[in-house]
Design a protein. Sequence first.
Length: 74
Amino acid sequence: MNLETERLFMRSVTARDGDALHRLHTDPLVVELIMQGKPLTRAESDARLNLYLDEGIAMAMASGYFISVSRTVT
């Protein structure tokens, strides 16, 4: 499932998102505000990605897990 506007593109999470998700799970601001101050290891981040993928079909019908991609307006 995709959501697309002039300035934003959101798509379902895929297995290719592992590196980006791990960067998010170790970003200092994200860690401070969302991860209770503890960054995830790569193995923990991969496990969370697998959870998103396993639940993705059911969750996409409810609230869903999405990756947002910023767009440049021309």
